[in-house]
Ligand binder design. Structure first.
Ligand code: ADP
Ligand code: MG
Length: 618
């Protein structure tokens, strides 16, 4: 177990710890903060205006990418090339985001697989990891300008409900941006830390963190003791936030002006102008009692009382979620010691009042609700740097542990810097029909390809009963004890065949060697990511190619000659791109093949269902 500091600039192991930055990578806005003169501060841009960087990326051309305020101004002018809310896509498959596809104005790629989503911009395909890395690079640049030196280590926050894949994706984005991500911290934990709650209190504290942002609402119930936080329950609504409050004002004005909502559909510019005005009114009403302006003949008047009546049902929905969270945590409202307010929308007095009334306590709202998560991340970073004297640092795994998957890719199961003891696991399956054995090779390191990592051991899970490829469910479990001993277990869940080995994970590696391995991974992050997306595209292309051949064989009699030969043409074209090393070409070939075969698949399914029903009594 170790704590490592490296100096990225010089490529050496740093003896003294540099500043570690705290990053709030938000859906709407992102920020970076650090500790200055023992105070957490969020960093403003060069213009000195705001600490918020809108989480928006605009592609001018392939090589010209803008992030933040300038990108935001392109939302209306160039929607197809302007990416927002990328956080909603992190670690997600197309199936996960399908229901909300209309929400995005840019192109999300739909392959009918369970693989992770990609975004198409012009002729290129980007993963949400690459897109988030652009936001992180901007934040890194921002703080480097202020500090006038390079930074390389960061703590990044994520919602408490983020799963393993989403957390890993966030880590990867950090790496790609040239950051060593020391820890992924839950947003509500960071917010509590910003208020100093739980930092060094020996007594158990129970905390409710109420986070109402631009498009999302989260309520988290946490328990903390001696700086260790545990999430008891989370609840919320991923499509409820400040945007809905704006819409409530718009609706109010439309009615007042005797205008039908359909007008807005036809006149996008008017709709946009009214939308902006409604947000302005909402913000004004957080500190005044009425708002009155106009847009030409369109009167924009609203009093605070009228506003509160209009948004009351929305606020009530958040309170209902708080009730559910408490129920899940098995706690009465009287058990909550502290209530922390997070997110720009908690500036609304009605929101504050309703939350305080529900919990029967004053809420913590002295800090800027936009900044509080980033400030807490900076405090967590400071703790990790060993600068907060009265906080103990827990032992962590120095390097990630994982296994080799198809194509020689490293699949991390226990990320580096996980507190020990810890465990992690994932399900895998076979790639060949009737496969009886599965090799489990265990690696340690941060590189995307196992070849560049350190092999710790391997074993073969034998005796899997013959099944079609993809059917076996093989669970791999990593259990790391406090002494760094790793036990790897593999079990086929349908047949209960199992096997395990024990490995000493840090055996034979000096801290210096570990630090250099880490440094290597950051230096090579970009080329590693390129190799990874190419391998993933090839694997996916191969699967699509194989399933197309299977589809043709199964539906020989249903499809016409032309349909069959055309499908084969697209499939062959895909197969050629798989041999090459242009991932965009592979993705495009898959897209074309899928577009052509989708109606055929529907047709085949209809016929097959009819056949299946024939002769069967219903
Ligand atoms: P996210 O967590 O989704 O990135 P933020 O926490 O930055 O979002 O919150 C953005 C929301 O806060 C927007 O809907 C914005 O209109 C709202 N907001 C900002 N300032 C105020 C204010 N003074 N009064 C009411 N709402 C505000
Ligand atoms: Mg937020």
């Amino acid at each position: 177990m170790a704590k490592i500091s490296i100096n990225i600039k010089e490529g050496t192991v740093a003896k003294e710890s540099d500043v570690i930055i705290g990053i709030d990578l938000g859906t709407t806005n992102s920020l970076v903060a650090y500790i200055k003169d023992e105070q957490a501060v969020a960093v403003k841009g060069k213009d000195g205006k705001s600490t918020l960087v809108p989480s928006i990326i605009h592609f001018n051309s392939e090589s010209n990418i803008e992030v933040g305020e300038t990108a935001k101004s392109q939302l209306i002018a160039d929607p197809a090339n302007t990416i927002y809310s990328v956080k909603r896509l992190m670690g997600r498959s197309y199936k996960d985001v399908l229901d909300h596809e209309n929400y995005f104005s840019y192109k999300i790629i739909d392959e009918d697989t369970e693989s992770l989503v990609k975004v198409r911009i012009k002729d290129k395909f980007y993963t949400p990891i690459e897109l988030s890395a652009e936001i992180l690079k901007e934040l890194k640049k921002r703080i480097e300008e202020v500090l006038e030196k390079k930074v390389s280590r960061a703590v990044i926050t994520v919602p408490a409900y983020f799963n393993d894949a989403q957390r890993q994706a966030t880590r990867d984005a950090g790496k790609l941006a040239g950051l060593d991500v020391l820890r992924i911290v839950n947003e509500p934990t960071a917010a509590s830390l910003a208020y100093g709650i739980g930092l060094d209190e020996a007594d158990e504290q129970t905390i409710a963190v109420y986070d109402l942002g631009g498009g999302t609402f989260d309520i988290s119930i946490l328990q903390s003791q001696n700086g260790i936080f545990e999430v008891l329950a989370t609840n919320g609504d991923t499509f409820l936030g400040g945007d809905d409050f704006d819409r409530a004002i718009m609706d109010f004005w439309m009615e007042k002006n005797g205008m039908d909502k359909s007008v807005l559909k036809e006149n996008k510019n008017l709709a946009q102008a009214i939308r902006l005005k409604s947000e302005e009114a909402k913000k004004a009403l957080s500190s005044t009692d009425s708002f009155s302006e106009s847009l030409g003949d369109f009167v924009c008047n609203i009093t605070k009382t009228e506003f509160e009546n209009a948004v009351q049902p929305l606020v009530q929905r958040t309170i209902d979620r708080c009730k559910s969270a408490l129920k899940d945590a098995g706690l009465g409202v009287d058990k909550i010691n502290h209530i922390v307010m997070v997110g720009g929308s908690t500036r609304i007095p009605l929101v504050k009042k309703s939350v305080a009334e529900f919990f029967g306590k004053e809420v913590f709202d002295k800090l800027d609700p936009d900044e509080v998560v980033a400030l807490g991340a900076a405090i967590q970073a400071d703790v990790l740097a060993g600068k907060q004297k009265n906080i103990l640092l827990l032992d962590v795994t120095p390097l990630s542990l994982g296994i080799e998957t198809v194509g020689g890719l490293m699949d991390t199961i226990i990320p580096r810097n996980s507190k020990v003891p810890t465990k992690g696991g994932r399900q895998y399956t076979t790639s060949v029909d009737g496969q009886k054995n599965l090799k489990v090779a265990v690696f340690q390191g941060e590189r995307d390809l196992v070849d560049s990592n350190r092999k710790l051991g391997e074993f073969v899970l034998k005796g899997i009963p013959p099944m079609p490829a993809g059917l076996p469910k093989i669970e791999i479990q990593f259990i790391l004890n406090a002494d760094g001993i790793l036990t790897v277990k593999a079990k086929e869940l349908r047949s209960n065949v199992e096997q395990e080995i024990e490995i000493k994970s840090s055996y034979g590696l000096s801290e210096e060697e570990m630090a250099l391995m880490l440094l290597d991974s950051i230096k090579n992050a970009e080329s590693d990511m390129k190799a990874r997306v190419l391998l993933e595209a090839r694997n996916e292309g191969n699967n699509v190619y194989k399933s197309t051949l299977r589809f043709l064989k199964q539906n020989e009699t249903i499809l016409s000659e032309e349909e069959k030969s055309k499908t084969m043409e697209f499939a062959n074209a895909l197969n050629i791109t798989i041999q090459g090393d242009d991932k965009d070409a592979i993705n495009k070939a898959m897209e074309s093949l899928n577009a052509y075969t989708e109606p055929l698949a529907h047709k085949a399914m209809d016929v097959n269902i009819k056949d299946a029903l024939k002769g069967k009594k219903l």
